[in-house]
Design a protein around this ligand. Structure first.
Ligand code: TRP
Length: 286
């Protein structure tokens, strides 16, 4: 039986947070034992926005160390830095000439990051072609990503199919595999926004190297709402639902079942911080 090839990437653009860990890295650590897995630190993607070259080098190394500490094993999977393999940039050009201006214009991530700003880098616009190259180069079939990358994966599929039709069967057509929980951990202070490395305040983001005290402090300050019951309802009660999802992403419990166990926010928050502290302790020690 042919072994299934997996590829995923992560940007070296700042300190890792639990959204990255629960949404991506945790599933990578699992996948490496089941699939022929490739994981790449996408430094070429990180230069599509403003950055410091010195920090980029440091972040790339630090991210590699963190991936190893989290349990990725270079004896089992392949871990590499994107810019070390020049074929990524080479194939990216061919795919830029396969994808259309219209397709790239419709990418919500591009629209969010500044469609109408004249000073935006051209590479931010063509970013999805580079991402498609990352995937197609390795003939990857499964691509574990967060929900926010689904559209880029759809584009990758369309581009692969079009390329194959024009130039002959060349690429496997990959598909996204999105973890059900943890793919979209929200900011603790602004639960309508995704938890992000680049958000301007760190109070809503739990970094994977945060101390136990910091975790307790951040979770206890997480916004909930003024209702007096614990209920899982992401639409109407994003704050408390995000806490429940965080907990379930760690424990793999069912969100509604977890909600039914608690009557007060304080108890739920204590369980969330305990779960996070226990989850991160082994990684922080290594
Ligand atoms: N764009 C992805 C993100 O920001 C990172 C990425 C780059 C990626 N290349 C990839 C993810 C290839 C999966 C496969 O999260």
């Amino acid at each position: 039986m042919a072994v299934i090839r997996v590829l995923s990437g992560i940007q070296p653009s700042g300190e890792l947070h639990i959204g990255n860990y629960l949404g991506a890295i945790q599933s990578w650590v699992h996948d490496q034992h089941e699939f022929d897995s490739f994981f790449t630190i996408v430094d070429l993607h990180a230069i599509t926005v403003e950055h410091s070259p010195v920090e980029l080098r440091e972040n790339t190394l630090r991210l590699a160390m963190t991936l190893l500490a989290a349990g990725l094993d270079p004896q089992v999977c392949t871990i590499f830095v994107q810019s070390h393999v020049s074929a990524h940039a080479e194939l990216s050009w061919l795919l830029e000439c396969t994808a259309t201006y219209g397709e790239l214009s419709r990418m919500t991530q591009f629209k969010d990051k500044g469609k109408n700003d004249e000073s935006i880098r051209a590479g931010l616009f063509t970013y999805p072609a580079l991402m498609a190259a990352d995937i197609l180069l390795y003939q990857a079939e499964r691509v574990p990503v967060g929900e926010d990358q689904r559209q880029h994966l759809e584009l990758t599929r369309d581009v692969a199919i079009r390329f194959n039709a024009k130039y002959g069967e060349t690429f496997k057509v990959p598909r996204a595999t999105i973890p059900p929980l943890g793919a979209r951990i929200m900011d603790l202070a602004r639960p309508f926004n995704k938890m992000s490395k680049s958000s301007n305040s760190s109070s809503g983001t739990v970094f994977i190297l945060d101390s136990a005290d910091e975790i307790v402090k951040k979770i206890s300050r997480a916004v909930t709402d003024t209702e007096s019951t614990v209920k899982y309802d992401p639409e109407n009660r994003p704050g408390v639902s995000n806490l429940i999802e965080l907990y379930c992403a760690v424990t793999r419990d069912d969100p509604n079942e977890v909600a039914s166990r608690y009557t007060m926010y304080g108890q739920l928050k204590k369980s969330v911080s305990d779960a996070l502290i226990a989850l991160l302790a082994p990684l922080q020690q290594s």
